[in-house]
Design a protein around this ligand. Sequence first.
Ligand code: SAM
Ligand code: SF4
Length: 441
Amino acid sequence: MKTFYIETFGCQMNAHDSEKVIGTLVSDGYTQVPEPAQADLILYNTCSIRDKAEQKVFHRLQQFKKEHTGKTFGVLGCVAQQEGEKIFERAPFVNLVAGSASYSQLSQMLVQLEAGNRRVTGLSLDNDQAFETPFTRRDNPHRAYLTIIEGCDKSCAYCVVPFTRGPERSRTSESVLNEARDLARKGYLEVQLLGQNVNSYRDPSPAGWDFARLLRAMGEIDGIRRVRFTTSHPRDFVKDIVDAIDENPVLCNHVHLPVQSGSSSVLERMQRLYTRDDYLRRIEWIKKARRNIAITTDIIVGFPGETEAEFEQTLSLLEEVQYDSLFNFKYSRRPNTSALVLGDHIPEEEKTRRLTVVQEMQRAIQIRRNSELVGSVEEALVEGYNQATSQWIGRTTQNRMLNFIHPEFPRPLEGATLAGKYSNVRVTRAGPNSLAGERVN
Ligand code: SAM
Ligand code: SF4
């Protein structure tokens, strides 16, 4: 029996890549095992978006070397693509180094490893195919990730993704819809469309659909109750996307629109291709929608040369937009990126201070935003049960966590659970990161 163990770092794209890798390995006769000690083949699907993520990978590799000598090791994902064959020098016990643009050749690479080849690489970015596999092994039984576009053609000055994931490749609308229909047949209720920049989606088949057209078609699939998508680059975010959401409640009330900075001069140095005003225009479309669409974002603090006044522009943007949630990062220098040549790097302590200021301000905003929902009835897709609090864990269309009690179904019973079902819940309490409530009929 051929066994493998896989560990995944990083974003949803990586999590979903691992699901596809697992599916491919299983269809090639491998069995997944929960512990590295039980595996012949140990795989790391890595992230290099920030230096901390990358250091974690090398640290883990060293740990593994000590504990599991004699096994086959593979490094996959962004660190593999970025470091390439240098990984063999730094960690000579590694046998496979492959970036995500090469996963469609994964089966062939496994054959080479099985044939005793000790240095196998898949590092070409010169691939116009997306990684499509009928063998995807999905982790979550109710919510499925579905890639519509891979890679990125933007060149944000801080970002390593175009170097690690290669150029943009959209899947055909037919293949996306076929996969979505198949998911519905298998009982999935929710689909999350994935891509570094989903709204630059362009159907390569003659139909030539754009993202809004694809979204509308996704909203029509029998059995799929919710459709989400991430991530949207503001430059390519058009009003038609908001119109599509407004037309069909299957398309969730949530847009993640990473702004990175509230200062137009920083945005220009970041090469984000929009100004603060351009961004705010898009926010206005979303806020004017008939549906109550939650807005979330990503912020980078301490980009090279970010002055106190520029940082305050980010704070004023947070105040103006009133985001429902955000991810906040300290700028991290990445290899190959154009920001490396910019001078005037912000000291680490100052980045930490700015991060804290953003977090504190956002916490107050989230308490306010969540409190506005107290008294309302929200539909929650139940994800599980929290034994410690005796509450069901659900998620609203706005992607808010909603924990609730259910008087007639207080806990999972043998063979019976609410997980995967929808419940209407009256919100009774609000915290910064979640809501709490009680199920209503
Ligand atoms: N494609 C998405 C976009 O354009 O918004 C971003 C994808 S990236 C995986 C997720 C987030 O990581 C970015 O929005 C950015 O905030 C953050 N990020 C990327 N590179 C970074 C860097 N060098 N330092 C700090 N944060 C970074
Ligand atoms: Fe990175 Fe910019 Fe591409 Fe997003 S759009 S993945 S931040 S280069």
